[in-house]
Design a protein around this ligand. Structure first.
Ligand SMILES: Cc1cc2nc3c(=O)[nH]c(=O)nc-3n(C[C@H](O)[C@H](O)[C@H](O)COP(=O)(O)OP(=O)(O)OC[C@H]3O[C@@H](n4cnc5c(N)ncnc54)[C@H](O)[C@@H]3O)c2cc1C
Length: 430
């Protein structure tokens, strides 16, 4: 039976048949319609949806398979959440090598979007730490993929948007940590030039760096923000694990509007304490996870996230142009994130991270006005040799996708003929 569904931005909608997967040795459902694996639906747009087809829900593939406490190598099923890996690993002195801004993603979803975190300058993407996985194809074959075996399919599947088949299990290396605490430092910066200076100064001594930027700033406040850098800490003093709240309902209209945005950003800039602190790793890495279902705050029309990267040669003027355009629209979010990507080689054919500066923020869905604004941002990104992140996208045109990922044709021979997604059909057909 088909059921309506939405992804994290609650903007992309799809009606699709849902089939849960529970056993990694089970076959794919018979039939000829399109299928797509679905992890925990934390992608913002339609890359995890398959309107008119079938979604294979992988959260039932939630078992740990093997762990080597000497090397930290973990093998688990693809529907295991990063949150579960952390619950298991941190008390044993291990941590995921790369974590995105939420821990509620699956291992399969992390591979298919080759996710990045605040340590790209040190560790690259999740795909770099992946040793092997099993891929189930629609012809019934099961392939062990690694850098040695089926290497082309490995590179196509890392960042491959779920199009090459279902990953049933994966093996990856954890990293050793001294404890659950982080030694953090928060610094205010007054403009973009200071952000770039702080980034350059911080990377040698800090494993993690990220900045929040006030996207409503103009004039003297344009480009201001908070820079947060951190290392894992050997501090043995226990630090409380934060409580988790829940957004209890979807308000009838978005709570993010021009007035609340300006007020929140000013309060955040002036109200956040600067300096050193020791915190639990959760608030440093996953501040948004503190409020379950926070995505409802944008009301029934949902929101669109925009994450782009711009090339180093154009970074400062291009980020300034993007922020000016966003400020002029008096739209944008209270959590705009700015960070640097290093020039490490990409782990997958379609991996998004590349050398440059990445900006990510949310826009309440105001229909045509929002879509027109995002197309203007696309133009700036294209002129700055950049790209938009498919995991966050719900409306990019194919012509832009092909410009941002000029290597896109290299994945075509590896796509499973039965696999497709809303995102893929959109960018192939426009
Ligand atoms: C608050 C928040 C912060 C975020 N921060 C970051 C960030 O800092 N960095 C970053 O990189 N991303 C970030 N993301 C995006 C998120 O990490 C990715 O979208 C991730 O892929 C979601 O994983 P998921 O398990 O929910 O997969 P889904 O969203 O359900 O699916 C994502 C893709 O994975 C494929 N897939 C899922 N399981 C399998 C499988 N078993 N086999 C084959 N393909 C599969 C799907 O087909 C789809 O193409 C963030 C998202 C949120 C909500």
């Amino acid at each position: 039976m088909s059921a309506p569904g939405a992804s994290w931005g609650r903007y992309s909608r799809a009606t699709q048949q849902i089939i849960p997967l529970h056993w990694r040795d089970a076959a794919l459902p018979p039939g000829s319609g399109t299928v797509l694996a679905h992890g925990n639906g934390r992608s913002y747009g339609d890359s995890c949806l398959n309107d008119g087809g079938t979604l294979l829900h992988t959260r039932g593939l939630d078992r740990f398979i093997a762990f080597d406490p000497a090397s930290g190598v973990l093998r688990c099923e693809a529907g295991v959440l990063f949150a579960d890996v952390l619950d298991f690993a941190v008390p044993r002195g291990w941590f995921l090598p790369v974590v995105p801004g939420t821990r509620y993603i699956t291992v399969g979803g992390a591979i298919a979007n080759d996710v990045h975190g605040k340590n790209h300058h040190r560790a690259g993407t999740f795909g770099e730490h992946l040793r092997c996985f099993e891929l189930l194809r629609s012809d019934g074959s099961r392939l062990l993929c690694s850098r040695e075996a089926s290497a082309d399919l490995f590179a196509a599947t890392v960042g491959g948007l779920g199009l090459t088949g279902v990953i049933t299990w994966a093996e990856f290396a954890l990293k050793s940590i001294p404890g659950a605490q982080m030694a953090t430092e928060t610094l205010r910066f007054g403009n973009l030039a200071q952000f770039f200076t702080l980034s350059a100064q911080s990377e040698a001594d800090h494993e993690y760096t990220v900045a929040w930027i006030d996207c409503s700033g103009s004039g003297k406040t344009f480009g201001r923000g908070l820079f947060k850098r951190a290392n894992h800490s050997a501090e043995s003093r226990p630090v409380a694990r934060p409580l988790r709240l829940r957004m209890p309902l979807t308000p009838p209209v978005s709570l993010i509007n021009r007035a609340s945005l300006r007020a929140f950003n000013a309060a955040c800039f002036h109200g956040t304490r600067q300096g050193h602190a020791v915190t639990h790793f959760e608030p440093y890495f996953f501040p948004l996870d503190a409020v379950a279902d926070w995505n409802r705050i944008y009301g029934p029309r949902g929101f669109l996230q925009y994450q782009c990267v711009v090339a180093p040669a154009h970074a400062e003027p291009a980020i300034a142009q993007l922020l000016q355009r966003i400020a002029a629209s008096r739209s944008g979010s209270f959590l705009a994130v700015l960070k640097m990507f290093s020039d490490r080689p990409a782990a997958g054919i379609l991996s998004f991270p590349r050398a440059g500066t990445t900006l990510a923020l949310d826009f309440p869905n105001r229909g045509a006005e929002t879509l027109a604004l995002l197309e203007q941002l696309d133009d700036i990104v294209a002129a700055a040799g950049g790209a938009v992140y498919p995991a966050k996208d719900a409306r990019l045109k194919g012509v832009r996708f092909r410009q941002y990922f000029p290597q896109w044709e290299r994945i075509l021979p590896h796509i499973d003929p039965r696999f497709s997604s809303g995102f893929w059909r959109r960018v192939m057909e426009t």
